[in-house]
Design a protein around this ligand. Structure first.
Ligand SMILES: *[C@@H]1O[C@H](CO)[C@@H](O)[C@H](O)[C@H]1NC(C)=O
Ligand SMILES: *[C@@H]1O[C@H](CO)[C@@H](O)[C@H](O)[C@H]1NC(C)=O
Ligand SMILES: *[C@@H]1O[C@H](CO)[C@@H](O)[C@H](O)[C@H]1NC(C)=O
Length: 436
C-alpha cells in the first residue's frame, strides 16, 4: 500500500497523473444522450391553444413512445427530460413542490413509471435560486425537501438552473445539492448551469470544482433554432477551448446545449454541421424537436450511428478547433484506436462548395496513412497517404465529417510503394480499387 502511495506521489511529481477529483456516481461515462423540452417547447403552458406543444404529461408520453418505437432509444437516446414550467406556482401547504395539476393530472411519479416502462430514464428541471427562470418555485431554502420529493418520484436526471441565485449561492449550493443527491443512494445524472451564469457575468468559473460535483454543465448561452446561434456557440467553444477542454472526460462533460436539428431554423447542411461539431466536442446529445413531425432527412442525421460512435468514443476526449483558414474551421477529435474524427465546417454563406486543402498539421492529425471514411456516407472510403495533403469540398454553412482510421503497418509499407497523387474523388476511388 505504502509502495503504491509512493508511486502515486512520484507520478504526481512527474506530472503523469493529476490529482483532480471528479464526480463518481457511475453515470455519464460517455456523453449523455436524450431529449429535453426547452428549445422546442419553451414555457408553453396554454394547452387549450397549444394542445400538442404545451409542457404536459401528454407531450412526454407521446415523445417517450416515439423514442422507444422509432429507433431513438436503440441509437442511444435514453433520457427524456422536462425543462422549466412543469410546476404549480405555489408549494403545497407542507412546503413541497407540486407538478401542475392540469397539465400533469397523474403526477410525476406516474409519469416516471410510464417513461421507465418504455425503457427510458426520466429527467426533470429545477433551479438553485428562489425561483426558476420562468418564476416557478426554486429550491433555495428547501434543498433537502426537494431532493426527497424529486427522488421520491424516481427521477434519474436533474438539470439544476441558476436563475435568481448569486455566484456565492452557486458556489456552495451546487456542491451541496450534489452531495444530497449522492447521499440519497439513487444514481442521478446531475446537470449544472453554474458556469453559464459566471461566464455570462465575466467571472472565471472554477471548472475543477464543477467537474468534481456535476456530470455535465452548461458553459454558456442558451441555444436558439438558428445557424447564427449554432455557429456563435461553436465559436465560443473554439475560442475558449484552452481553458475548458481538459475538464471533459468520462463522467463529466462540457455542454454546448441542445441539438436543434429537426426544427425550423437549420438547413440540412447546417444540421449536419451541428451534429458533427457536437460529436467532436464530446457534447451531451440532447435533442429538442417534435419527434412526431421529424422529417426523415433530419432523423437520419440524429440517428447516424457512425457519428454517434464518435460522440460516444470511450477515450472521452473532447476535440478542438485546430485551424481556421479562409473561414474553413477544422475540428479534430482523437478517438480510441489511434483514429481521428475531423470536421471541416465552411462558414462562408452562399456561393459554391468551397475547395479545401489541408496539411496533416492543419488537421492536428499525425502524418501517416489512413483509410478515410465519410461519416455522412456520400463518398466511398479512400486512402490518404502520409506524404499527401487532404482535400475536400464543403458546402456553404455546411460540413464534411470524416474518420481517419490508421492503415495496418504491413499494408502501409506495401501501399507506400504506390506513388499516387490523389486529387479528387474519382482518383480516390481508383486508389482504393488498385491497392485493395
Ligand atoms: C431568496 O429568498 C430569501 C428568503 O426570502 C431572501 O433572504 C434572499 O435574499 C433571496 N435571494 C435572492 C437571490 O433573491
Ligand atoms: C456517492 O459518492 C461515492 C464517492 O464518490 C460514489 O462511490 C458513489 O457511487 C456515489 N453514490 C451515488 C448514489 O451517487
Ligand atoms: C501541401 O500544402 C502545403 C501548404 O498548403 C504546400 O506547401 C505543400 O506543397 C502541399 N504538399 C503537397 C504534397 O501537395
Amino acid at each position: 500500500m505504502f509502495l503504491i502511495f509512493q508511486m502515486y506521489v512520484l507520478l504526481l511529481v512527474l506530472g503523469v497523473v493529476s490529482p483532480t477529483m471528479t464526480l463518481d456516481n457511475g453515470l455519464a461515462l460517455t456523453p449523455p444522450m436524450g431529449w429535453l423540452t426547452w428549445q422546442r417547447y419553451r414555457c408553453k403552458v396554454d394547452c387549450n391553444t397549444y394542445p400538442d406543444d404545451c409542457i404536459s404529461e401528454q407531450l412526454i408520453r407521446r415523445t417517450a413512445d416515439i423514442m422507444a418505437e422509432e429507433g431513438y432509444l436503440e441509437a442511444g437516446y435514453n433520457y427524456i427530460a422536462i425543462d422549466d414550467c412543469w410546476l404549480e406556482k405555489q408549494r403545497s401547504p407542507d412546503g413541497k413542490l407540486v407538478a401542475d395539476r392540469d397539465r400533469f393530472p397523474h403526477g410525476m411519479k406516474q409519469l416516471a413509471k410510464y417513461v421507465h416502462h418504455r425503457g427510458l430514464k426520466f429527467g426533470i428541471y429545477e433551479d438553485y435560486g428562489n425561483t426558476t427562470c420562468a418564476l416557478y418555485p426554486g429550491v433555495m431554502g428547501h434543498e433537502q425537501t426537494d431532493v426527497d420529493t424529486l427522488l421520491g418520484w424516481d427521477v434519474d436526471y436533474i438539470k439544476l438552473d441558476g436563475c435568481a441565485a448569486t455566484p456565492d449561492d452557486m458556489k456552495t449550493g451546487y456542491p451541496e445539492f450534489g452531495k444530497m443527491l449522492n447521499a440519497s443512494g439513487r444514481p442521478v445524472l446531475y446537470s449544472c448551469s453554474w458556469p453559464a451564469y459566471l461566464e455570462d457575468a465575466s467571472i472565471m468559473p472554477d471548472y475543477g470544482a464543477i467537474a468534481e460535483h456535476c456530470n455535465l454543465w452548461r458553459n454558456w448561452d442558451d441555444i436558439d433554432d438558428s445557424w447564427a446561434s449554432v455557429s456563435k456557440i461553436m465559436n465560443w467553444f473554439g475560442d475558449n477551448q484552452q481553458r475548458i477542454q481538459q475538464y471533459a472526460g468520462p463522467g463529466h462533460w462540457n455542454d454546448p446545449d441542445m441539438l436543434v436539428i429537426g426544427n425550423y431554423g437549420l438547413s440540412l447542411d447546417q444540421a449536419r454541421a451541428q451534429m458533427a461539431v457536437w460529436a467532436v466536442l464530446a457534447a451531451p446529445l440532447l435533442m429538442s424537436a417534435d419527434l412526431a413531425r421529424m422529417r426523415p432527412e433530419f432523423k437520419e442525421i440524429l440517428l447516424n450511428r457512425d457519428i454517434i460512435a464518435v460522440n460516444q468514443d470511450s477515450l472521452g476526449k473532447q476535440g478542438l478547433r485546430v485551424s481556421m483558414k479562409a473561414k474553413q474551421h477544422v475540428w479534430t477529435r482523437e478517438l480510441s484506436g489511434d483514429s481521428y474524427a475531423v470536421a471541416i465546417v465552411n462558414h462562408i454563406e452562399g456561393g459554391p462548395p468551397q475547395f479545401s486543402s489541408l496539411t496533416f498539421s492543419e488537421m492536428a492529425v499525425p502524418a501517416r496513412s489512413y483509410t478515410v471514411q465519410d461519416l455522412y456516407h456520400e463518398e466511398e472510403d479512400w486512402i490518404l497517404f502520409a506524404n499527401q495533403n487532404f482535400t475536400t469540398r464543403v458546402n456553404p454553412t455546411g460540413v464534411k465529417f470524416y474518420q481517419f482510421v490508421p492503415l495496418p503497418s504491413e499494408e502501409r509499407t506495401r501501399k507506400s510503394n504506390i506513388n499516387l497523387n490523389v486529387q479528387n474523388e474519382l482518383d480516390r476511388k481508383y486508389v482504393v480499387e488498385i491497392v485493395i
